[in-house]
Structures are given as structure tokens and as C-alpha cells.
Design a protein around this ligand. Structure first.
Ligand SMILES: [Zn+2]
Length: 644
């Protein structure tokens, strides 16, 4: 027995110290978690849409908590010359980044045309009869004749092309919104429904403008009429608008016309010249912020290494893009997604900043991200504008949706991103509780590993029993649909903690009363043990290339290049955050930081153009890719692989 104790490794001793910490007042508190989530997911914060008042209130709340716990402010950390007032401001927890909160109509939006049997042209009322799309480019286009192009879809892999029988060059194309599949979200055309794709198809066919015809009976019910802007997309590249069906089809039966189009009978609308479309929309830029607080390490050397722990605080507001609610307008509370992660972040910040808990040797950077739901905007901004050096950031742990634990099941992603991650996880997953020394002789009472504690007098003083904690599912990949992806793309080892998806995901019904607070507290103890375990090791985690389970955010394509786009970038072309090792892109010599401007002969202005071009590639065939690297233009050859 005694000998066994001598062989116990450092890691078990760590679990022991964590076990003792767990019993102190510094354990994650269910009451505190409840209070944080109740506030963040309340109606008052209106779903915390990035750039909204609700999101700002959430940021303010997080900053105030950081301040109460005594976290160091992250902005202006060399505070020379700063007044006491400035130095103390909660604003110094906020890392601001630019964000387009919405688009508004400028002056001079007009659409006019003349039907065949009309003598006077029809001047349409913007807002009532038609509306520019939020992604539309500004400009005025005039077309000698309009051309009707069915659904405006070109899908080479489906051998379907609405432009094959018409000449759209130099003209304004009219097409029905939607797809030949109707409302079927799993139909073969589903991914071509996005107006961004239709705009690219129109551009490729030489059209100068695109007008989509609503399938809604009432224009007010048309989602595309709401002038919404998508921060991860950029501009469409030509003027694009949506028009009401009654305006263009009169009182004729919409379903009959749609039926004709679905059977390949075109055109259904005939105009005489000219058609003019003029779009002028202004983008409303506001500030969005990450909230960043610091707990300094005490080791004179290791304090210059950083462990980032993050959770996004933004959510979907009242719906819109990303929502799975049947209708728009209701508050999406986002209690699990991701008030749960933020509450966890705050609890860990409180615990690690407390003078009663052992101080970490390394510096811990606590970040509440914004802009996650719209394409990892906040974390992407952070890794490109890090507040502590990224090369000394040894690990990033992300908590996104940790409030719905069921049957003790927990998912940990990113275990393939550093050597030894699996061991760290396994050790941290041991649940520890004290056991009476007298019970040690009874094997039925000691099912797990046992740590014996020897008192100063050399006698056995107490014992701790360790049993398996959570039922873990481990995923290798460091890429995934949340903020850890941004860090992994910069070669930082990551871990992603979540309790899985559920029926309230991205719906207004994701509310605070459904959170499993007790288990969330246990999860946080587990995360704290992981953090202590990383910090206990003198050597930093060694980054490794993880096996990928999903192949990035491709959209169901047959081919795979292995590029990781930066979804937050708004410059021309497609900026790459990373390239998967051993992928076709890596073999071609494409690198992180490259900006792709052309693929297989197609111009690439944004992520949509790129994905569109990708959809036309065939595996095993060589294509040319043109890119900008350090201001220099270069051409490489890439051969796409088949998706597994
Ligand atoms: Zn989400």
C-alpha cells in the first residue's frame, strides 16, 4: 500500500489539489451561474445580436464582472501617461472591431420597366413593390430588354443551367426567388437558393443586374425584402433586387406561372425596353467588441506564456440569418448558446483571479467574443489583432453551449491538436472524493484509483478516491463551427467543450429555465482541472495536426481543397486563415495569409465567388489558382481531391 503511494505520479497529485479546491468556496457556483444566465438570456438583452444595444449591455455586464474580480484590463496594458480615471475604465476590457450592423436605403433607388401592352412605363415604389437586397452593389444599370431566366440557377454538377437558352449579356436578368425544389430544404437545389449564388450565376452569364421575383403572395412576407446584411459575405458585385410577384405577374396565378417555369417553359414575362434599375444603399457601421480580461501568471518566465479561455456572448437577436425559428421577430434568448459558456467564463475568471486560489504560473486571458454567430467575426479579429502575443499563446479552450448536459455526456473537440491532450483530458476527468481510511480495505468501496495522503508524522492521514467523471466523446479536429477554429488556424492547440445540440438550438425557446446548472458547474471544475494541468507542465503543449472529421465549412461539394477562409475579411478576394496540412491546397503551395483572386478562370471577390468556383471543379483535374502573397501576384496549380 505504502509503496503504491510512492509511485503515484504528479498528475494524480494535481487531481488531488483540484479535488481539494473543489470542496472550497472557490468551486463553480450554481447560484452565480444561474444569475449570469438569467440576465444574459433575459428579454432585456433581446438576444444579444452583434452590434445591438442588447449585445452592448452584455459586454458591459461581463466587463463589470471582470472588474469586480480584479482581472487586469487588456487594452493599453502599458498604462504610462494614462489618467487614473482612464486606467480604471471598464472600456479597457473592450476590444472593439468594425461591424456592419445593417444597411439602409440611400437616395435614388428606382426600378422601372414597361410591359408589352403598356404605353407608359411603370415606376415602382421601393419598399412596397420592390427592394434592393442588402448584399446588392450600388449602381445604375439600364437594359435594352429584360431577360427572364427561370430560377436564375447554374448548377453544373446537376447539369442544370437556366441561362443556357437565353442571352443575358448586358441585360438585367429576372428570375424567381427559390428553387425548382420548392420549400424542400434537402432538395438537390437547396444550396442554390441563396441570392448570392444567383448573383454570381448572373454575373458569369454577363448580366448587369438581377431582379428576383418573390414567391410570396404578400410582399411584406418576403424575407428578402428586409434589407439585411451579412457580415461574412461582402458585396454581390452587381445590383440585385427583389420584386413582388403581383407587380410583375399582375393578378395572374403565381403557381401556374411557377409550374410553367419548373417545366422549362419560358418566358412568362415580357417587357419592352428599357428596364432601369438603380440601387443606392448605405452600410451602417457600428462598433462591436470582444471583452478581454487578464489574470497574470506569477512565474517570472512562464507568465509570458498565455492560456486563452473563451466563450462567445453574442446570439441571434430576434432571428434572421442563422435562426431555425418558424417565424421571425421573437427574441432568441440563447441561454445555452452561449450565455452558458459566458457564465462559465465568468466563474472561471472569478476563481482564477481569487487570492484564495493557487495562482497560475502562466497568464490566463479570458475572452468573451462577439460576432460568432455571423461567422466567428470576433475571434477572427482577435487572432489577427491579438492583445497578447499569439506565438506565446500555448492553448485556447473554447466553451460554446455547455448548459444542456444529459446522461453525463460531454463532447471535447480538438484532442488531436496537441501532443498529450488525451492524457490531460483523461486525468482531468477523474472525479475525486475523500474516503475514510478504514474503508480502504474494502475493495467494493474503492472502484477507482486511490491517492493516499501521508501526514507529517509518516502516518496515513487521509485518502482520496478517483473515479471516471463524464462520459466523454472525443473529437480530433481543431476546426469546427465556433471560435476555437480561429485559433487553430493560427496553429494554437485548442480544446472545444460542449454538451451537444438540442431541439431548442437557435430558436427563441433556448431559455434559462432549461439549463442544467448543476452539471454545468461540474463541467467548469473539469475545465479548471484542464487549465491547472496545462499550467502544471513546464513545457507548453506541442501543436499537432489533427485528423479532420469534417472538411471545413464547404457546402456539400464533391471536391475538397483544404483551404480555411477568413469569414470576417471584407477585402477583395478570398483571404485564407489557414490551409489543412497534406491537403490539395497545401500540396499546391497555398499558405495561410494568401488572398485568392482567381480559381479555375473565375474571378474571386469573396467567399461566395470562391465556393461557387469550387462547386465547378472536378477531383483529380489540375486547375490554376491565382493569389496575392505579400502584395505579389502568383499562379499555382492545384488538383482537388474527392471529399471523403
Ligand atoms: Zn449559435
Amino acid at each position: 500500500m505504502f509503496r503504491k503511494f510512492l509511485n503515484i505520479s504528479l498528475v494524480i497529485a494535481l487531481a488531488l489539489s483540484a479535488a481539494l479546491a473543489q470542496q472550497s468556496a472557490l468551486a463553480p457556483s450554481v447560484e452565480r451561474l444561474r444569475a449570469h444566465i438569467n440576465y444574459l438570456a433575459s428579454d432585456k438583452l433581446e438576444g444579444r445580436r452583434t452590434g445591438s444595444e442588447g449585445a452592448n449591455l452584455a459586454a458591459e455586464y461581463i466587463a463589470k464582472e471582470f472588474s469586480r474580480y480584479g482581472l487586469q484590463r487588456s487594452i493599453g496594458w502599458d498604462t504610462l501617461g494614462m489618467s487614473i480615471l482612464e486606467a480604471d475604465s471598464p472600456n479597457r476590457y473592450l476590444q472593439k472591431f468594425p461591424y456592419v450592423a445593417g444597411v439602409e436605403l440611400g437616395k435614388g433607388n428606382s426600378l422601372s420597366f414597361r410591359f408589352k401592352d403598356q404605353t407608359n412605363g411603370t415606376e415602382l415604389r421601393v419598399g412596397q413593390d420592390w427592394m434592393p437586397l442588402g448584399s446588392s452593389s450600388n449602381g445604375q444599370v439600364e437594359s435594352s430588354a429584360a431577360v427572364f431566366v427561370g430560377f436564375g440557377i447554374t448548377a453544373s454538377e446537376l447539369r442544370y443551367d437556366d441561362y443556357s437558352t437565353v442571352d443575358a449579356r448586358g441585360k438585367i436578368a429576372f428570375a424567381f426567388a427559390g428553387t425548382p425544389d420548392g420549400d424542400n430544404p434537402h432538395g438537390q437545389f437547396a444550396r442554390y437558393e441563396d441570392p448570392r449564388w444567383k448573383a454570381i450565376a448572373a454575373k458569369n452569364a454577363g448580366a448587369r443586374g438581377l431582379v428576383l421575383i418573390s414567391q410570396q403572395k404578400h410582399f411584406a412576407d418576403e424575407p428578402l425584402s428586409r434589407l439585411q446584411y451579412n457580415n461574412s459575405g461582402g458585396e454581390a458585385g452587381l445590383p440585385v433586387a427583389i420584386i413582388s410577384s403581383s407587380t410583375i405577374l399582375g393578378e395572374s396565378d403565381l403557381s401556374v406561372k411557377l409550374g410553367l417555369v419548373k417545366h422549362g417553359l419560358m418566358p412568362v414575362v415580357t417587357f419592352t425596353s428599357p428596364v432601369t434599375l438603380s440601387v443606392n444603399i448605405t452600410r451602417r457601421e457600428v462598433e462591436a467588441s470582444n471583452v478581454v480580461g487578464i489574470v497574470n501568471g506569477f512565474d517570472p518566465v512562464l507568465k509570458n506564456e498565455f492560456i486563452v479561455i473563451g466563450a462567445h456572448y453574442d446570439h441571434l437577436g430576434r432571428g434572421g440569418e442563422g435562426s431555425l425559428a418558424p417565424r421571425e421577430g421573437d427574441i432568441h434568448h440563447g441561454a445555452d448558446d452561449n450565455a452558458s459558456g459566458v457564465a462559465g467564463l465568468l466563474e472561471l475568471a472569478r476563481i482564477f483571479a481569487s487570492s484564495e486560489s493557487p495562482r497560475p504560473r502562466r497568464t490566463i486571458v479570458f475572452i468573451a467574443f462577439s460576432g460568432e454567430e455571423e461567422g466567428l467575426l470576433g475571434s477572427s479579429y482577435y487572432v489577427n489583432h491579438p492583445l497578447r502575443p499569439l506565438e506565446n499563446t500555448v492553448a485556447m479552450i473554447n466553451m460554446d453551449m455547455i448548459g444542456r448536459m444529459k446522461n453525463n455526456k460531454l463532447i471535447v473537440g480538438g484532442v488531436g491538436t496537441a501532443e498529450g491532450w488525451r492524457d490531460v483530458i483523461a486525468i482531468s476527468n477523474l472525479q475525486s472524493k475523500p474516503i475514510a481510511v478504514a474503508e480502504l480495505a474494502n475493495p467494493a468501496r474503492t472502484p477507482g484509483k486511490v491517492t493516499l495522503v501521508i501526514g507529517a508524522n509518516g502516518q496515513l492521514s487521509s485518502a482520496i478516491i478517483h473515479t471516471q467523471g463524464f462520459d466523454l466523446t472525443l473529437n480530433e479536429d481543431g476546426y469546427g463551427p465556433s471560435d476555437h477554429s480561429s485559433f487553430y488556424a493560427k496553429k494554437v492547440p485548442v480544446l472545444f467543450i460542449w454538451t451537444g445540440t438540442h431541439e431548442d438550438y437557435h430558436k427563441p425557446s433556448d431559455t434559462a429555465d432549461k439549463i442544467n446548472y448543476e452539471d454545468e458547474a461540474h463541467i467548469l471544475s473539469f475545465v479548471a482541472r484542464i487549465m491547472r494541468s496545462i499550467d502544471a507542465n513546464d513545457a507548453r503543449p506541442v501543436y499537432t495536426v489533427a485528423k479532420s472529421e469534417s472538411q471545413g465549412r464547404t457546402m456539400g461539394f464533391r471536391v475538397f481543397l483544404g483551404t480555411i477562409p477568413n469569414y470576417a475579411d471584407s477585402g477583395d478576394g478570398l483571404l485564407l486563415d489557414g490551409v489543412r496540412d497534406d491537403s490539395p491546397a497545401a500540396k499546391a503551395g497555398i499558405k495561410a495569409g494568401d488572398r485568392i483572386v482567381k480559381l479555375a478562370g473565375r474571378d474571386v471577390h469573396n467567399v461566395y465567388d470562391y465556393t461557387y468556383a469550387l462547386g465547378e471543379l472536378k477531383a483529380g483535374q489540375e486547375y490554376e489558382v491565382e493569389l496575392l502573397r505579400n502584395g505579389e501576384r502568383m499562379k499555382l496549380k492545384v488538383t482537388p481531391a474527392t471529399r471523403k
